[in-house]
Design a protein around this ligand. Structure first.
Ligand code: GCO
Length: 454
């Protein structure tokens, strides 16, 4: 397969990513507590086909074989998340040593295979016990997260040297506490709750950064955001102004506090008393120095003026560019959006390093024929997006690594198992893994680009 090889520095990090609830299964095993995703996915009507993560990819029992597959792909790094309820079943207090043991075994296996572990502390599986006390609407949850971070980094901080505090706070806060399509499934008629949830999340991020510095000396630590790569639907002033408001809603509101700017004034003016209560010291805590910014990019966002019939608060409306092909998620394919996003954060914020911590595509893959899964559309998606992202290096961005989403097909949240993002196919009946053509392409691409001088 041809590689659109764009010269990458020899120490560029090539990896793949997963998340605990999406792949582990074993939700009642070895002392694990209940998470909000166990509760939410078991609630009738919430998930396609009523799918839950009870078994998923059974990674909890198959992790050694999965590491062998990562090794076969020649991955340099593997991004995974730790399930908080495996560590602190009640969210705080009593530690479940078996949970720590599992992740230490996984880390040791990765290191033995020459694969660098990248650990996400929170990829959405909040202990239900904490949600019962208000979850991310309760400021005290930031303290519980600090306790969780202390326990995990105390055990793993000598071996894990790449930490991501949170994955996609926009998703966990907006989808979880505003429109309710993700756990804990709270629906609110205003943005107030989702903004409060983010405020608590960012307090937790700041507290965790200090703990990581103490328990994992020399480690790199940061956060992963799903920004919206926004383009105005036209060159009209009204559409450009609407695009800027959406940029404030999904990008600047999340970026500015991390880099010492507090919340953006234009959005505070729109939100008024819907904005969260800020206590003295909050913004200093949120702006804890980070070593990198993680970007999860999938698709562009086109925004037009929504004064008539758009979002009543932001006065924006989503516009589709009909000429763009889409993936099985109905997400438009626009590789230059990834380039633009890397360049934007590098230009507008003092980001030391940028990692694409997720990028990939869902397609309706046919079941394997023999040992092959032919997913040429996904191969093309990766070729185009990696080539586009790679251009940012020559243009001065500190782009240092790329993680394909996902290592394997897995539980796609409210879509259950109906969407396949993996570069490895998972037969959920038999748990058989089959490397797809996209995985073989990625393997060859990594081999061809590893060790190249800049
Ligand atoms: C996200 C999550 C992943 C998803 C992936 C595809 O970005 O929503 O980090 O868990 O599965 O992005 O939607």
């Amino acid at each position: 397969m041809s590689n659109n090889a764009t010269p990458f520095p020899k120490d560029f990090v090539w990896g793949a990513a997963t998340a605990s609830y999406q792949i582990e299964g074993a939700i009642h095993e070895d002392g694990r507590g209940v998470s909000i995703w166990d509760t939410f996915s078991a609630t009738p009507g919430k998930i396609v086909n009523g799918d839950t993560g009870a078994v998923a990819c059974d990674h909890y029992h198959r992790w050694e074989g999965d590491i062998a597959l990562m090794r076969q792909l020649g991955l340099k790094a593997y991004r995974f998340s730790i399930a908080w309820p495996r560590i602190l079943p009640q969210g705080r207090g009593q530690v479940n040593e078996a949970g720590l043991d599992f992740y230490e075994k996984l880390v040791d296996g990765l290191l033995a295979a020459g694969i660098t572990p990248w650990v996400t502390l929170y990829h959405w599986d909040l202990p239900q016990a904490l949600e019962d006390e208000g979850g991310w609407l309760n400021r005290a949850t930031s303290e519980a997260f600090a306790e969780y971070t202390e326990v995990v980094t105390k055990r793993l901080g000598g071996k894990v040297k790449n930490w991501i505090t949170f994955n996609e706070p926009w998703c966990s806060c907006v989808l979880g506490y505003h429109n309710g399509i993700h756990a804990p499934g709270r629906v609110s008629h205003t943005v107030a709750d989702s903004l409060t949830a983010l405020h608590t999340t960012y307090l937790a991020h700041g507290k965790a950064m200090a703990i990581i510095r103490r328990n994992s000396p020399g480690a790199k630590a940061g956060i992963t955001l799903n920004l919206s790569q926004v383009y105005p639907a036209s060159d009209s002033e009204a559409d450009k102004a609407a695009a800027w408001r959406h940029d404030g809603y999904q990008n600047r509101w999340y970026l500015d506090p991390l880099y010492g700017r507090g919340y953006p004034a234009d959005m505070l003016a729109i939100y008024g008393d819907l904005a969260p209560q800020v206590q003295p010291g909050d913004f200093e805590l949120m702006a804890a120095e980070t070593d990198f910014l993680g970007l999860n990019y999938y698709a562009p966002t086109y925004i037009g003026d929504g004064t008539e019939g758009g979002d009543p608060l932001l006065k924006t409306r989503w516009v589709r560019r009909e000429e763009l092909a889409v993936t099985a998620m109905d997400w438009s394919i626009y590789p230059d959006g990834l380039y633009d996003q890397i360049m934007r954060v590098s230009r507008d914020y003092p980001v030391k390093e940028v990692y694409v911590t997720e990028n990939g595509a869902a397609y309706d893959d046919a079941a394997p024929t023999g040992d092959a899964v032919h997913d040429e559309l996904r191969v093309a998606y990766y070729q185009q997006h990696i080539a586009a992202a790679g251009r940012s290096i020559a243009d001065g961005a500190p782009f240092k690594g790329y993680f394909a989403w996902s290592l394997m097909d897995n539980y796609e949240w409210a879509f259950g198992y109906t969407k396949r993002f993996g570069i490895i196919y998972v037969d959920y009946e038999t748990q058989k893994r089959t490397i797809k053509d996209s995985g073989l392409w990625y393997r060859d691409f990594i081999a061809a680009n590893t060790g190249k001088d800049a």
